[in-house]
Design a protein around this ligand. Structure first.
Ligand code: 5GP
Ligand code: ZN
Length: 115
């Protein structure tokens, strides 16, 4: 499949890995918008949040478990934000489910950008 993040999982495109287990792969975002900006993705291809269903929903729990582990390891005790963009209006640019982990700065909140 011609999917950027599937290629990253397969090692065909290099990435700066921060976490990996049987189900989840996490790596540094190539163009960070916060001092800590990692992407957590399922190893299995899912196009985005709208593709989550009763059969595959367990992966979301696996991803959030991985996020909590990495946040603890990295000492993000003062807080972090998890975002998934779904579809064009939200600005999803890679059609493989991914969760942004943002931290290391005081974040604002607005309906415009969310950050
Ligand atoms: P989206 O905009 O779909 O929510 O997030 C896609 C993210 O993937 C963006 O933050 C973008 O910087 C990141 N990204 C796109 N291509 C690559 C790549 O080749 N390597 C890495 N590490 N991140 C990428
Ligand atoms: Zn994919």
């Amino acid at each position: 499949m011609d999917c950027l993040f599937c290629k990253i999982v397969a090692g065909e495109i290099p990435s700066a890995k921060v976490y990996e287990d049987e189900w989840v792969y996490a790596f540094k975002d190539i163009s960070p918008i916060a001092p800590v900006h990692y992407l957590f993705i399922p190893k299995e291809h899912l196009s985005g949040a709208s593709a989550v269903n009763e059969e595959n929903a367990a992966i979301v729990g696996k991803i959030f478990t991985a996020i909590a582990k990495v946040a603890a390891q990295e000492g993000l005790a003062s807080g972090y934000r998890v975002i998934t963009n779904c579809g064009e209006d939200a600005g999803q640019t890679v059609p493989h489910l991914h969760f942004h982990l943002l931290a290391g700065t005081k974040m604002g909140w607005s309906s415009e950008s969310g950050v």
